[in-house]
Design a protein around this ligand. Structure first.
Ligand SMILES: Nc1ncnc2c1ncn2[C@@H]1O[C@H](COP(=O)(O)OP(=O)(O)OP(=O)(O)O)[C@@H](O)[C@H]1O
Ligand SMILES: [Mg+2]
Length: 328
């Protein structure tokens, strides 16, 4: 919707990924319905959406693992549908992918896993490949002896980081990260954020998916919200909050959540929306001034139990646009 293909001044460089009118089907289910998205060079773009909204499928389509039904995908300015296998190999050497499930080869050690893309795309002496593997292992914060271990010997969080090391093996220009911090402890999550920021500072472009709204807000230059097969909105976190008129969100719990109360809440000054939630209502309003006292008065006959006001956040924008909370 707010996706600007080109900032309007013609001087902006072409996007590193350009997706137009993407339709993807899995069996007879439509996953993407006319999805448009641009990823600009040097940005960290986060795709945020509920479970099953097609985030992982989107990454798989862009890297050529799932054929789209309709639409065009350009990466590095090239229409991927028009590339032959050699052309595809060449662009594959310029990106790295971290799949949601890690997808390491279980019969290879971590170091050997990291060397798979090196062997596929470069002809390097073994000693140099060993050096690169050791460097990438250190880069993602794993201890040096991890290289000799098999994936099954690692914790889930370590496997995730080993997969990240493999995605970085070729020093890619473009990095795809599918839920890069899912299952990581808070400290490791922050370490991954720091690494992504460091990579961006070095000029890398990152397309990631995430369930964590905090991750989107803190790490991403722009956030795209996916729902019902489309990108509903794509902008900076700050701009998203402004555009969606997030204002303030109030959760009102009552003993008797009658439709009549919804009507009363809707009539309050500054209220732009009221939705039923468990045991009450979610109220969207322009600002918090006088809101809670007015709502409390309106709810008096309905057994008021609790009123909570949430600061405007990406979470409130997400709820406003999709009508759902983004759960982990
Ligand atoms: N290989 C497959 N075959 C059939 N259907 C699939 C396949 N992979 C995904 N799907 C379906 O496509 C839809 C989107 O899946 P996808 O994995 O992209 O969701 P997601 O947004 O990444 O969810 P999550 O946040 O849980 O990772 C789901 O309904 C899923 O069941
Ligand atoms: Mg997924």
């Amino acid at each position: 919707m707010s996706e600007r293909a080109n900032g309007g001044n013609g001087a902006e460089p072409p996007p590193i990924i350009r997706i137009r009118g993407l339709k993807t089907r899995m069996g007879n289910r439509a996953i993407h319905r006319n999805l448009d998205l641009d990823v600009r060079r040097g940005e960290v773009l986060g795709v945020v959406g509920g479970s099953g909204t097609g985030k992982s499928v989107l990454l798989r389509v862009v890297v050529g693992l799932i054929p789209p039904h309709r639409g065009t995908i350009e990466v590095f300015g090239q229409d991927t549908a028009k590339l032959d296998s050699e052309g595809m190999r060449q662009i594959e050497a310029r990106w790295g992918v971290l799949f949601q499930d890690g997808a390491l080869f279980s019969s290879l050690t971590v170091a050997q896993n990291i060397q798979v893309p090196l062997k596929e795309h470069l002809k390097l002496p073994q000693s140099l490949m060993d050096e690169i593997a050791a460097m990438k292992i250190a880069l993602v914060g794993l201890p040096p002896d991890t290289g000799a271990k098999f994936p099954a010997e690692l914790s889930g969080g370590m496997r995730k980081r080993a997969s990240l090391a493999r995605a970085l093996a070729l020093d890619p220009e473009l990095l795809f990260l599918d839920e890069p911090t899912a299952g990581l402890d808070p400290q490791s999550r922050i370490a991954v954020w720091d690494l992504v920021r460091e990579l961006r500072a070095g000029g890398m472009t990152v397309l990631l998916t995430t369930h964590y709204i905090e991750e989107a807000e803190r790490l991403c230059d722009r956030v795209a919200i996916i729902d019902h097969g489309r990108i509903l909105i794509c902008d900076t976190p700050a701009q998203l909050k402004r555009q969606a008129g997030a204002g303030v969100v109030m959760h009102l719990r009552v003993a008797r959540a009658a439709p009549e109360l919804a009507e009363r809440l809707r009539a309050l000054a500054g209220v732009s929306g009221v939705e039923p939630i468990e045991q009450g209502f979610r109220v969207f309003a322009a600002d918090r001034d006088g809101l809670a006292p007015a709502a409390a008065a309106a709810a008096q006959d309905f057994g008021l139990e609790d009123i909570a006001l949430a600061e405007p956040s990406l979470e409130t924008v997400f709820i406003r646009l999709t009508g759902r909370e983004l759960r982990e």
